[in-house]
Write a protein that binds this ligand. Structure first.
Ligand code: FAD
Length: 478
């Protein structure tokens, strides 16, 4: 039985809970068009979560699981009149740090930064460093398939999760045990990882941890003539078997906002190498060799201190998020909107150029764009991502912003990506604002996704409208 202090019906908090950062401008201007949830509840353990889910399942009440509230794609937005937000803030215990077996177990409401700080005390790191690290919590990090800045070395969250506990809408609690590897049928961790609150509620997670060698960190930065050269240099390093922790190429437009003090109107290629000294030395050699190989496209090397300073100031605190929100109450501009896609090495530059060209030619609000560019920030043996970033001035009613500005831009990026066989969502999830392309994203494999939803959430109470397109929710979508 929940106590009254576990149930929040404060109108300001309900308004806040009705949308996430996706509609932050409309939210800041108090013109949100979505219903407010009935309440936000704060269960204290798995049993209470099971009870709440079962109650909602039996009574047709929509559930939105919530963790650190940094969602960017509408995963926390509410599209139903009867909705309960189940917040995991009381599931805030680190259950075990096990440096011998190199794993740690946390409840879903533990912020990533809290685990990272504890691990540093024993010479370890999570290896996970999304820009939202100070605020995001494990439940959300796992549910969105998040990825951090150091992914080329440590991998993304799906490479880190060893086992977990989750609860399904009928109250069934499932625990996936912690073993290094097994061949016990399909990997069922992936039913929970990336489910965005649409199949189950994640309550506990065990992740791998890594030895930390900050004293060996080394940084490299180069000004390069174009995005293609930068991507070729990333490919050279990664496909030769090296794993710098950070490996990125910024377009000139995007470089201008991050590296305004040294970019000289050029693209920026940068790396960070970390780990045991011998590995760092070899990785640095590979980076230098790649720079030499592509020297025709490399304009100059920059002081590594500039890259180190940039890296040390990347993350967003809750204060930064709050300040940005306050700013939106006054300024008619939207900055830092992103659409992150992925494709193989050959395809990614094509998508990048096609998008830039189409936006210039077709986007009716191009005159209001104050920035459109992108960067590749997560590389793999067979390809990389492209993180399109755009800022614009808003000259329409606040409630029309998404329809007038964002949706047409995102549509171009998604269409150009899917056309060439890439993925329209590299790491922010589908949320509610890319679900209109979910079927196209998955093609014939959408069958598998739909069957999972039918099997685990037959009454459709889990995060209505997220991942799965819903005609009923379309009115809120654009
Ligand atoms: C400034 C900023 C920088 C960011 N940088 C990155 C980045 O570098 N890399 C990256 O991957 N993402 C990034 N993001 C996006 C966001 O931080 C991630 O998606 C993060 O994983 C969300 O975690 P959260 O705890 O805030 O989850 P929330 O925002 O609370 O929820 C996110 C989604 O997960 C679901 N969910 C939450 N908790 C649970 C649970 N216990 N069980 C089941 N479902 C649940 C929610 O319903 C929702 O759909 C950034 C966001 C911001 C604001």
């Amino acid at each position: 039985m929940l106590t009254s202090d576990q149930i929040n019906t404060n109108s300001g908090d309900l308004y806040d809970a009705s949308a996430d950062r996706y509609k932050k401008y409309a939210k800041a201007r108090h013109v949100l068009d979505v219903p407010q949830p009935l309440a936000i509840v704060y269960p204290k353990d798995t049993e209470e979560i099971g009870m709440l889910l079962k109650f909602c399942n039996d009574n047709g009440i929509n559930v939105i699981p919530r963790a650190g509230k940094t969602a960017t794609e509408g995963g926390l937005e509410n599209w139903k009149e009867q909705t309960l937000v189940i917040d995991c803030k009381h599931l805030d215990r680190i259950l075990k740090i096990d440096p011998y077996n190199m794993q740690a177990t946390v409840q879903a409401g533990v912020p990533l930064q809290v685990l990272e700080d504890e691990l540093r005390k024993v010479g370890c790191t999570t290896g996970h460093s999304p820009q939202s690290k100070p605020v995001a919590k494990y439940g959300g990090l796992v549910a969105t398939r998040s990825i951090g800045q150091l992914s080329t070395l440590y991998g993304a969250i799906e490479d880190m999760v060893v086992g977990l506990e989750c609860v399904f809408p009928d109250g069934q609690v499932c625990r996936i045990k912690n073993v290094p590897r097994r061949s016990g049928g399909p990997d069922i961790r992936h039913i929970a990882i990336g489910n965005e609150g649409t199949l189950c509620y994640i309550t506990e997670v065990t992740v791998k941890i890594f030895a930390h060698y900050p004293e060996n960190n080394r940084f490299y930065g180069y000004l390069v003539k174009d995005v293609d050269t930068g991507i070729k240099a990333l490919r050279e390093v990664v496909t030769n078997g090296f794993r710098p922790s950070v490996a990125r190429t910024y377009s000139e437009e995007d470089a201008a906002q991050h590296f305004y003090h040294f970019h000289k109107g050029k693209c920026v290629l940068l790396f960070m190498a970390e780990g045991p000294k011998g590995i760092v030395d070899a990785t640095c050699q590979a980076i230098e060799d790649a720079a030499k190989k592509f020297e025709d496209g490399i304009i100059e090397q920059v002081d590594s201190k500039l890259i180190e300073d940039w890296f040390n100031n990347l993350n967003w605190s809750q204060q930064d998020i709050d300040d940005e929100f306050e700013g939106m109450k006054e300024h008619d501009s939207h900055s830092g909107f992103t659409t992150e896609i992925s494709a193989d090495w050959e395809t990614i530059p094509k998508i990048y150029h096609n998008v830039m060209k189409r936006v210039r030619e077709e986007y009716t609000r191009a005159h209001d764009l104050t920035m459109l560019g992108g960067h590749s920030s997560h590389s793999y043996i067979n390809g990389t991502n492209m993180y399109f970033v755009y800022n614009y001035d808003i000259h329409c009613a606040p409630q029309d912003e998404m329809r007038v500005y964002h949706h047409p831009l995102q549509k171009i990026i998604v269409e150009e990506t899917l056309k060439l066989g890439g993925s329209m969502c590299h790491h922010h999830g589908i949320g509610k604002y890319r679900n209109e392309w979910s079927k196209e994203e998955h093609g014939s494999a959408y069958y598998m996704l739909e069957k999972l939803k039918e099997a685990f959430d037959p009454n459709g109470i889990m995060n209505f409208g997220t991942i799965f397109y819903q005609e009923e929710g379309h009115k809120y979508q654009i």
